[in-house]
Design a protein around this ligand. Structure first.
Ligand SMILES: [Zn+2]
Length: 336
């Protein structure tokens, strides 16, 4: 307990609060600018179990704001979840840290939520947030929404039964291209750190049963130092709060290709769960293009395209803007 002595001194925490945190189990979805700061804070604060799920790998332009990564992670082409877990285990070896390199989707989210007390949103897209919203309401688990872009961001605690849900704030998916992304308007590391720090603190408060938690939508702009608390009401026509309809969780049909946040890159997910031998695939693809494998993911360049293939069979297809081309490149080089 010594390592948490400064935190235990804080009136609302104390020894019993710290013990509660050490018994708590948290899921961090997405380990980018928000997720790295959230995970860092929670690991240092002594949350007993932290699971980090992320689908991406570390690139040079992440280092400006994704606080757990360094140049070595970029050179080694490390998946973010693994790079984060490596760093976090050096920070606190007395708690349990689990990392999963995968896309959170409707097929795996309920398994990921098993025995979890609270979910932290470190994602960069609405689709995954709607899914978290559905799954958390179904299993009665609170989650902390967070988003940041440019110099502004927002966060809110979403507690099934107690607060409006995420669809009460935003009713459905915005049209593609209708919203700014960090690839079009940029993002400052101060706002992502700020929002993520509030999220991690709200998680701690919620785990301790604090009633003063943030049940309003907190909107912050660091350029003009505005901090606004916006009251959100349950919508009369909310499909989740009113009808208990899990639209995103219960979606039918095959997994669709996903355009990744603002990048010229499309993710293809295999329809069945599988494990791919990247070593073997490297040998096969190396004969028709340029293939490299450093132990975590396979990069394959052919013509003007680049395919980044993960051990779970997912691939990011770079250099394409339409899903059909991405799908056919996947079928051609990886197969189904
Ligand atoms: Zn709702």
């Amino acid at each position: 307990m010594d390592r948490y002595s400064r935190q235990i001194l804080v009136a609302k925490i104390g020894e019993s609060g710290q013990e509660k945190l050490l018994r708590s189990r948290v899921l961090v979805v997405g380990c980018g600018a928000l997720g790295t700061v959230i995970a860092n804070n929670l690991v240092r604060a002594g949350i007993g179990y932290i699971k980090i799920v992320d689908r991406d790998y570390v690139e040079l332009d992440n280092l400006q704001r994704q606080m757990l990564f360094d140049e070595e992670d970029v050179e080694r082409e490390m998946p973010k979840a693994l790079a984060a877990a490596n760093k976090l285990r050096k920070i606190n070896s007395s708690i349990e840290i689990e990392a999963e390199v995968k896309d959170v989707n409707r097929k795996n989210i309920e398994e990921l939520l098993k025995d979890i007390d609270i979910v932290l949103d470190g994602t960069d897209n609405f689709e995954t947030r709607f899914l978290i919203n559905d799954a958390c309401f179904k299993h009665n688990i609170p989650w902390i929404y967070g988003a940041a872009i440019s110099s502004y961001g927002m966060t809110m605690n979403i507690v099934p039964g107690a607060t409006p849900c995420f669809r009460c704030i935003i009713s459905s998916l915005p049209a593609p291209g209708s919203i700014d992304t960090c690839d079009t308007v940029g993002v400052l590391n101060a706002i992502t750190s700020c929002i993520a720090s509030i999220q991690s603190n709200e998680a701690i408060k919620t785990l301790l049963g604090d009633k003063d938690s943030n049940h309003k939508l907190l909107a912050i702009d660091l350029m003009n130092n505005s901090f606004e608390k916006i009251a959100v009401k349950k919508r009369d026509d909310c499909p989740l709060c009113r009808d208990g309809e899990f639209e995103y969780l219960n979606k039918k049909g095959p997994s669709e290709p996903i355009k990744l946040c603002g990048r010229e890159m499309i993710q293809i997910t295999p329809q069945r769960e599988m494990e791919v031998s990247l070593e073997y695939l490297k040998g096969k693809l190396g004969r028709i293009g340029d293939a490299s494998y450093l132990g975590f993911l396979l990069k394959f360049r052919v013509n003007k395209y680049e395919l980044i293939i993960f051990p779970d069979g997912r691939a990011f297809i770079k250099g394409v803007s339409d899903k059909e081309t991405a799908r056919s490149l996947y079928a051609k080089y990886i197969g189904e």
